[in-house]
Ligand binder design. Structure first.
Ligand code: B12
Length: 432
């Protein structure tokens, strides 16, 4: 559960006004609830409404599978227990204190008098009902259309909206939330929620500051998510549009790059497991390539790229113009911190040798789709040997025209069937 926050976040100006009204007119009795204490339960007769003076309260319910789902988290200045009072006289959810809370308990009669006599109070009631309706509508939409990771981000956005505090780098959520709490909010199990949370952290959408979560501003998330989605759907126009927005809005370029590569990892995974067909993979690669070049251009302009540790020279071998797979590999290697020198397609043995001489790479990566006799990678390795350069560089091969047997026959240092294997191989071969 969430821990005691102490003073907690202050109420909004309207929330403060509501609390002053209750205090000034001596309405309700102020009651202290400890962490975990229940204000009302599902199905219970509703005789009171509750106005939170301090502390936080979660509104939740049990689903048919018996799991607890959190709908909303309320803070100081919020009212709850309204629907039970206004409709059938029974509560349709449960309210539980997340931390020590001081709460005005207002009888149904006092509530009815206030609604009739005070316009501001009536407006607060309507606002609260509208908020609850919006949260539920968003939740239904999220549950039916979004993945767990997107639902998690959407829930964090809502928490930031209601309990957030703007800081220089993002919006700090003034709640200490456990993974269990988040799992209840997004309606997923805790393990999945933890994995998604780590993934969002890895992508730079959220991070920890002390004991609080901080999330990037909503508009930035929309742009980065738009970029990822454009690559996933292979929409190059949209990818260019979103990449330009990343640059124009001054979003951290590393986050833009990360949005692209995360999408590309997914494309590669789905292609290699047969869930994505070739034409979609090609469209995604093109979308990624044009948007990535815009982001890279900007990175070079401002000199923001972090110094890479290991170098890879990559190219498609002589007589072969296939570049889709090679581009995926080179992009993902770059995203994993390698400095990649991409020589393009139809690269001769001599060009590989010259690149080794010039860039002193740790690895040469050759992509080959067209099979030939003798195999093109053999010519490159022979040329390297001829120049006395073979021992100073690791050679890896891949692409549809290469097999493990072929890799062994040309005495390559490694062979990979996918971009994932290419990156793993490069990491293994460059371990100190
Ligand atoms: C798209 C395509 C084309 C496009 C290429 C567009 C482009 N810009 O790349 C076009 C239409 C231009 C084309 C032309 C030709 N093609 Co073509 N083409 C294909 C096709 C359909 C898909 C290749 C592809 O992009 N796959 C998708 C990528 C993502 O997969 P991938 O390259 O394997 O890469 C993955 C892994 O292998 C790995 N990987 C890739 N590189 C590396 C490198 C390293 C180091 C590592 C570790 C891993 C790794 O990671 C990638 C991502 O997971 C294949 C058939 C097929 N279904 O595979 C034929 C195919 C490759 N083509 C073929 C042929 C024959 C040709 C042509 C000669 C046809 C012709 N008669 O003109 C010309 C070649 C011209 C030339 N000089 O190269 C043959 C090759 C047969 C052979 N084994 O020799 C194939 C297999 C079709 C067939 N069944 O006959 N082609």
């Amino acid at each position: 559960m969430m821990e005691d926050l102490g003073a907690g976040k202050r109420a909004t100006p309207n929330g403060v006004r509501l609390l002053e009204l209750l205090e000034g007119r001596r309405i309700g009795r102020l009651k202290r609830y400890g962490k975990g204490d229940v204000l009302y339960r599902e199905g219970e007769a509703s005789r009171e409404i509750f106005a939170i003076q301090s502390g936080r309260v979660k509104i939740c319910g049990n689903s048919s599978d018996g799991k607890l789902h959190t709908y909303r988290i309320l803070g100081s200045g919020s009212i709850t227990g309204l629907t039970g009072n206004l409709l059938n006289g029974r509560h349709d959810s449960r309210a539980e204190a997340l931390e020590t809370a001081q709460i005005y308990v207002i009888s149904s009669e006092e509530f009815a008098d206030l609604v009739a006599s005070d316009g501001f109070f009536s407006m607060m009631v309507m606002t609260e009902l509208a908020r609850a309706a919006r949260t539920l509508a968003t939740k239904v939409h999220d549950l039916s259309t979004l993945s767990v990771q997107q639902r998690l981000m959407s829930s964090l956005m809502r928490l930031a909206d209601e309990h957030g505090h703007e800081t220089e780098r993002g919006i700090r959520i003034d709640l200490r939330i456990t993974h269990e709490d988040l799992a209840e909010l997004v309606v997923a199990n805790r393990c999945t929620t933890t994995c998604c949370l780590n993934e969002l952290k890895r992508q730079g959408y959220i991070w920890q500051e002390g004991r609080h979560l901080v999330i990037i501003p909503f508009e930035h998330f929309m742009i980065l998510d738009g970029l990822s989605q454009a690559v996933l759907t292979g929409d190059d126009r949209a990818a260019i549009y979103w990449a330009k927005r990343v640059v124009a809005e001054g979003i951290d370029l590393a986050k833009g790059q990360s949005a692209l590569t995360t999408a590309m990892w997914q494309v590669d995974r789905e292609f290699t497991t047969g869930r994505l067909d070739l034409s979609d993979t090609i469209a995604s690669t093109l979308a990624m390539r044009c948007s990535m070049s815009l982001i890279r251009e900007q990175m070079e302009k401002i000199g923001g790229e972090s110094p890479a540790v290991s170098r890879v020279v990559i190219g498609t071998v002589r007589g072969d113009a296939h570049d889709i797979g090679k581009t995926i590999v080179s992009t993902l290697l770059a995203s994993e911190g390698f400095m990649v020198i991409d020589l393009g397609v139809d690269v001769s043995a001599q060009q590989f040798v010259e690149a080794v001489d010039q860039y002193k790479p740790d690895i040469i990566a050759m992509s080959a789709l067209v099979t030939a006799a003798p195999p093109a990678p053999a010519a490159v390795i022979d040329a390297l040997k001829g120049e006395g350069l073979r021992d100073g560089v690791r050679v890896v091969v891949g692409g549809g025209g290469v097999t493990q047997r072929l890799a062994d026959s040309v005495q390559a240092d490694g062979y990979g069937r996918s971009a994932r294997e290419a990156v793993d191989l490069a990491r293994k071969l460059t371990l100190p």
